[in-house]
Design a protein around this ligand. Structure first.
Ligand code: UDP
Length: 314
């Protein structure tokens, strides 16, 4: 297949590029490098089946080359990033999604959009099944991301219903692994960076809020399976249901560095920070035969090992 991926230079995008090339596909990564980095793709430069095009998908893209699959992964995606780039985030979720859908339509390609567990907001239903409509503050600081992704889902469904474009929507829950940016503000890389520097780990609130962290290789496998499905137009959750408190994650990371748990500093909880989050992956289990295979301990070990090697560059 000839696969075009927006956001190909980002954390998840670059892992997808690796996977598609390994599977024998041709890959065109499209990225404006706002929060992604060409360094994530440097190791692919000599691959004849790979190309990186620096382009902002919020402006239309026309290409001479044929494309079989468009994956739309471009967006600032960590709270710090989308608070720093609120308008860019809203534009890439709206105009960017429109342009990516138009590209897929022009090429007769299939389309997959990376949506997010943020569409559930601070959920009142736990764990979150795809049928839950969410509990989102439409004007809070996180709304630039949450509502952009909700709009992107609606637009994708409109293209499916109106044009019969072959679309898929995945809702990605917290994911971690190599190539996250140490300064992207997310819990896992922030804690690892702090531990590497011998600083206290900054836990927001009392650390009793929960998240369920999925190792990136598991997510990539899930995405591959969604791509291979016939008729999967309704959203599907991809994530790891292994739910932990943030304090537990901080303590695990400290323990991997042999540091005492006193090395934690509590800070105020950000506005609208979801109290709990865990995917209901019943649909992914039954339709895709997929569930995460990498345990939290193993994933953290691999991630920490990568950061130890790359921390200076990150
Ligand atoms: N968090 C924290 N300390 C940090 C960064 C994040 O306690 O230095 C918390 C944050 O408040 C949230 C959880 O960790 O409750 C996960 O945050 P992240 O930014 O990784 O993802 P999201 O909030 O989008 O799930």
């Amino acid at each position: 297949m000839r696969i075009l991926i927006t956001g190909g230079a980002g954390f998840i995008g670059s892992h997808l590029c690796d996977r598609f090339l390994a599977d024998g596909d041709d890959v065109l990564a499209v990225d404006n490098l706002l929060t992604g980095s060409a360094a994530n793709l440097q190791h692919l430069e000599s691959q004849p089946r790979f190309r990186l095009l620096t382009h902002d998908i919020t402006t239309p893209l026309s290409l001479a080359d044929p494309v079989d699959y468009v994956l739309h992964f471009a967006s600032p995606a960590s709270p710090i990033d989308y608070l720093r780039f609120p308008l860019e985030t809203m534009k890439v979720g709206s105009l960017g999604t429109l342009n990516a859908l138009e590209l897929a339509r022009a090429k007769g390609a299939k389309f997959l959009i990376a949506s997010t567990s943020e569409v559930y907001g601070d959920p009142e239903v736990h764990p979150q099944p795809e049928s839950y409509w969410g509990h989102v503050n439409p004007i809070g600081p996180r709304s630039v991301y949450d509502e952009a992704k909700r709009f992107a889902e609606a637009l994708t469904m409109a293209y499916y219903r109106y044009y019969r474009l072959d679309t898929r929507i995945i809702r990605i829950f917290n994911t971690y692994g190599p190539r996250m940016r140490l300064n992207d503000g997310r819990a896992v890389p922030t804690f690892i960076g702090q531990a590497l520097r011998g600083e206290p780990l900054t836990v927001y609130g009392e650390g009793s809020q929960t998240r369920s962290f999925c190792y990136v290789d598991d997510l990539v496998e899930g995405i591959r399976r969604v791509m291979g499905q016939e008729e999967m137009h309704d959203p599907i959750n991809l994530g790891n249901p292994d739910e932990r408190t943030i304090l537990e994650i901080a303590n695990k990371i400290l323990a991997s560095f042999g540091a005492p748990s006193s090395r934690i500093e509590f800070r105020p909880l950000p506005v609208d920070d979801p109290k709990q989050r865990r995917p209901d992956i019943h649909l992914a289990r039954t339709r895709l035969g997929w569930s995460p295979a990498v345990s939290l301990d193993e994933g953290l070990r691999k991630t920490i090992a990568w950061f130890r090697q790359h921390a200076i560059k990150a």
